[in-house]
Design a protein around this ligand. Structure first.
Ligand code: SF4
Ligand code: ZN
Ligand code: ZN
Length: 315
């Protein structure tokens, strides 16, 4: 029986890329240290008011439990943001899970109800996609909504850093798909930290180097509740490029443990800086959206265009 690399007790889990076995307790310690290391290495020390965006799924809940207590101990003011997207059979339980987690950790919770704030839900977006009023996949539109809302809440409530639970698997999928489509401007932005600029709050992804399976095990090890049912709009396997790429990474990892970490480290530390230097003059100039006033490459911005289409269809 393999034994824990730290204490020598019977091992509970093997981390293939590190070729290490851990008991439950020391796996939790390893996991939390790893997330903190990413935060310390990439996030500048000048932030004070941090907003953790938590959906209730395994990844954002892992971020919340592994990072929030250390941030609080480090003197940061930490709040949780949950966006209720209005997805039937999903949003109610997600809201409940996040509310319980925030109160368990003694954190202030901001619940943002998309329908009462903006008059639509992701269910309505999905209906509009079905009748071809909107021509992008539901998840792309949902991504536009979440990005806008996170920034809006952070700016209006005076937070200077927003953190999300994007994982190594997500980032691998985004990077390869941006290379496939030649979207270099977006590719250069895929980093663990993006500094704030006028109209945009700084963002960090502390799980940038965490595999999703590690997050899953952390949830099991700590016996934390997460939202049970997956979002009904999650694309089925093979339908979305990023989903297929994530699957491909799992295959790659089986034969080459740690290839995902190596890929992301080299991308962030060696490729992204070169890309960024090359991108200096090629970014579209930002204007202020004529409707919401936030900076965007188009006016109205994509969030306001989406909202206007839905309002137009209703009237
Ligand atoms: Fe939004 Fe898609 Fe995630 Fe559902 S699966 S919450 S629609 S991004
Ligand atoms: Zn141990
Ligand atoms: Zn706008």
């Amino acid at each position: 029986m393999p034994s824990c690399r730290v204490c020598g007790k019977s091992a509970w889990i093997r981390i293939p890329w590190a070729n290490a076995w851990f008991c439950r307790e020391h796996f939790v310690e390893y996991f939390e240290r790893k997330v903190w290391r990413t935060f310390e290495e990439y996030v500048p020390k000048n932030h004070k008011r941090v907003l953790l965006a938590v959906s209730g799924g395994k990844d954002s809940i892992s971020m919340l439990y592994s990072l929030a207590p250390r941030l609080v101990a480090g003197g940061y003011s930490v709040s949780v943001l949950h966006v209720d997207l209005g997805i039937s059979g999903h949003s109610d339980s997600a809201r409940e899970v996040v509310s319980k987690s925030a109160s368990e950790l003694g954190l202030d919770l901001v619940t943002y109800d998309l329908e009462s704030e903006h008059g639509f839900t992701i269910d309505r977006v999905a209906e509009a996609v079905k009748i071809r009023l909107l021509r992008k996949p539901v998840c792309s539109l949902c991504g536009i909504v979440k990005r806008h809302v996170l920034n809006e809440v952070a700016l209006e409530r005076g937070f200077d850093l927003v953190m999300t639970g994007h994982t190594l698997d997500d980032m691998y999928g985004f990077i390869v798909s941006d290379i496939v489509s030649g979207n270099l401007v977006e590719l250069a932005k895929l980093k663990p930290y993006a500094r704030g600029e006028s109209g945009f709050v700084a963002r960090a992804k502390p799980l940038f180097f965490n595999y999703e399976h590690e997050n899953r095990q952390y949830i099991v090890a700590k016996e934390i509740n997460i939202v049970g049912a997956a979002c009904p709009y999650k694309p089925s396997e093979g339908k979305a490029v990023v989903r297929s790429l994530k699957k491909q990474l799992e295959e790659l990892e089986r034969g080459h443990p740690g290839i995902g970490i190596m890929f992301l480290k080299n991308f962030v530390n060696r490729v992204a800086p070169i890309l960024e230097r090359g991108m200096v003059n090629s970014e579209a100039e930002l204007v202020n959206c004529s409707v919401c006033g936030y900076p965007s490459s188009t006016s109205p911005c994509s969030f306001c265009r989406l909202k206007q289409k839905l309002e137009g269809a209703r009237s």
